[in-house]
Design a protein around this ligand. Structure first.
Ligand SMILES: [Zn+2]
Length: 661
């Protein structure tokens, strides 16, 4: 039965997703997961009446016109904050006075994210809302469905309401900001803002692309097989239901245990990939919680210990400037080394020259530096001193610190740019980008190797990498046969990278990975992208005028075209993705079902269309062929009933005139 298969696939995908996104313990390869997912998607496409809102296929998102307000069934209270251990002890004294001695506590890290409330009926996710003012929030169910750590279906048919914190991992945050900068967009201030911005998208397909996760920390269980009597047990229970809880929680016997926990995490928190700003301490027993009750705004049975801000003052020894791959010149504060949040800091970010002006930072000042959710500390302000006024004001550079070419300001941008296309700093930064994971992904060739290759005049442009011989590598410091071979091979191997990676690697201004993919999908070949007008470029969904102009200018610069030709000479083949259209399958209609081994179903469809054939999603008497791969769906049964010719993969490839590898 189809419904049986659909249910099986959903359960299987739910289980696999749970292990991957909640337990961080993948059970199968992405490929196997995608295969099951594709099968479910096909079955649902053929039987739209069987699609349910909790199906794993419903995580893709869509457009909404706005967010409705919803009244929370249970109010989301705020917590009283404490900043020192004495206050924590006083709080515990009040707890003991009400409930007697020896009250156990649960300590949890306070995640610096966005509080949300999720409602489950009969084990199915039915509604998700922001905290709002605690009484009324905004309904963002569709967006929350794209967060894979949020179960759409629980392992049990329970009625529960849970609260949790949506967060963006620090590493994903930094990556997102890099991409935004590349696109000329404003970076997010911290991971919390990035998470909030991602969740409040009207187009939830954007939310789906962002790496968001959630820790669940409270459950109100209305109807379930187990009705826990303590907070600790309820956390263990919701974990079993399929929710992701933070692994760093601890049940302690008294306030001393809680204070130990706070002290421990004050420094350890910086090793985590998510931002925390304190510890939440809750009375474990629900009976005792009930006895304590609430004030008008907060529960008396819980309190939040806030970590002291990680700020410290130190002397600004100098302001260094660096040149990036786009030629942007950015300032970095050089500091008298100081211990901050468990590590010695001697450099801090100053963002750009406007920021220096705004803060009136002068070399010799005492400055306050802060390490918050961000990984790199930044200069927050100047500490008032008598010396400050006597120090000379910082003067913005007018020339490149490396090649001394004049700097320019570009319209609508805060950065200063080096105007010399051959600036050694910029060229080296581009070479480093060329080999990076996001671009051509070349192993064994790091910054120090690039530095040497550049200084020996062996590599001045990315195309030079491909002209290097093994002997060239042996000229470098400490490079022996084996590593010379490794470097040579991994460079040569990169010639076969997909076109989108090549375009990304070119470091065209405002063109990152995502834009490169948009270009390739639209134009299919490098030739077509080079020949596109600015209008054609800006007509592509997701590419604005600024990017279009930048791409056009890049490919209409002689030096760049010469470089592209040089890539062809060293063996790059920029194959067109689309083959010439032919007519051999004209008048034939194909239906594809199941998984093919040699290509995806989309590719198979493209190949049919290139030969003049048509692809349909449903089988009828008019269908010429049904191509059945592995695990075919119901279309195969239908084809058999109607007497339509069924091709297996081998027969299909033969028909396309493609030989089996
Ligand atoms: Zn320069």
């Amino acid at each position: 039965m189809i419904t049986d298969r659909i249910n099986f696939l959903r359960d299987e995908l739910n289980k696999l997703g749970y292990n991957y996104y909640v337990l961080d313990n993948p059970l199968v390869s992405d490929f196997e997961y995608d295969k099951l997912f594709a099968e479910l998607k096909e079955l649902e496409e053929n039987h739209p009446e069987l699609v349910t809102p909790d199906s794993p296929t419903q995580r893709v998102g869509g457009i909404s016109s706005g967010f409705e307000e919803v009244k929370h069934k249970y109010r989301l209270y705020s917590l009283d904050n404490t900043y020192n251990y004495d206050e924590l002890r006083k709080w515990y004294e009040r707890v003991e006075k009400e409930c007697g001695k020896g009250i156990k506590l649960v300590c949890e890290l306070k995640i610096d994210g966005l509080a949300i409330a999720l409602t489950y009926k009969d084990g199915t996710f039915v509604q998700g809302a922001t905290r709002g003012n605690g009484i009324v929030g905004e309904e963002i169910t569709q967006n929350l469905k794209t967060v894979k750590a949020i179960p759409l279906k629980l392992f049990e048919k329970a009625d529960v309401e849970v609260r949790g914190e949506i967060y963006m991992p620090k590493t994903s945050f930094e990556k997102l900001n890099e991409e935004n900068l590349e696109k000329g967009e404003k970076p997010f201030a911290n991971p919390r803002n990035a998470a909030a911005g991602s969740l409040r998208q009207l187009d939830s397909t954007i939310t789906a692309k962002r790496d968001l996760s959630m820790f669940t920390y409270t459950a109100i269980i209305e109807n379930a097989s187990t009705m826990p009597e303590t907070h600790w047990d309820s956390l263990q229970y919701i974990k079993k239901l399929g929710f992701k809880t933070n692994p760093n929680i601890r049940l302690v016997n008294d306030i001393n245990g809680a204070i130990d926990f706070c002290k421990e995490w004050e420094t350890k928190r910086f090793d985590l990939d998510y931002a925390t700003d304190g510890v939440v301490i809750k009375v474990n027993s629900f009976a005792c919680q009930k006895e304590l009750g609430f004030t008008s705004r907060a529960p008396k049975w819980a309190t939040a210990f806030k970590f002291p801000p990680e700020e410290i003052s130190t002397k600004l020894l100098g302001i260094e400037t660096g040149v990036g791959k786009t030629g942007a010149v950015t300032p970095v504060a050089i500091l008298e080394p100081v211990l901050l949040a468990g590590s010695t800091v001697s450099r801090a970010s100053l963002h750009n020259f406007d920021e220096i002006k705004r803060l009136d930072v002068r070399v010799g000042d005492r400055v306050l530096i802060k390490k918050a959710a961000e990984i790199i500390p930044k200069v927050v302000k100047v500490v008032d001193t008598e010396e400050h006024e006597k120090l000379p004001e910082y003067i913005e550079p007018t020339e490149c610190p490396v090649c001394h070419a004049p700097l320019e300001v570009r319209e609508g941008e805060v950065n200063l740019y080096c105007t010399n296309e051959h600036c050694p700093a910029m060229v080296k930064a581009r070479l480093e980008y060329w080999v990076s994971k996001d671009a051509m992904d070349i192993d064994f060739v790091g910054p120090s190797i690039i530095d040497q290759l550049y200084n020996l005049n062996l590599v001045k442009s990315p195309v030079d990498f491909y002209k290097l011989t093994i002997d060239d590598f042996l000229k470098l410091d400490l490079v022996k046969d084996k590593s010379a071979n490794n470097m040579y091979n991994s460079i040569q191997l990169s010639k076969t990278r997909p076109l989108a990676r090549f375009i990304t690697a070119l470091s065209i201004r405002l063109v990152g990975k995502e834009t490169a993919e948009l270009l390739v999908n639209e134009f299919n070949s490098l030739e077509a992208i080079i020949n596109a007008t600015t209008e054609e470029l800006s007509n592509v969904d997701g590419i604005g005028d600024k990017i279009a102009k930048s791409v056009f200018e890049y490919f209409h610069t002689d030096a760049n075209i010469q470089m592209i030709n040089a890539f062809k000479e060293v063996g790059f083949i920029f194959e067109n993705r689309q083959v010439e259209k032919t007519t051999e399958l004209q008048g034939m209609t194909f239906v594809l079902t199941g998984t093919l081994n040699s290509m995806t179903r989309d590719e198979a469809g493209d190949k049919i269309k290139q030969r003049g054939g048509k692809v349909s999603s449903s089988v009828s008497k008019k269908t010429s062929y049904v191509v059945a791969g592995d695990n075919p769906g119901s279309k195969l049964d239908k084809a058999q009933n109607l007497g339509v010719i069924i091709l297996n993969e081998e027969e299909f490839l033969k028909l396309l005139n493609i030989s089996l590898r």
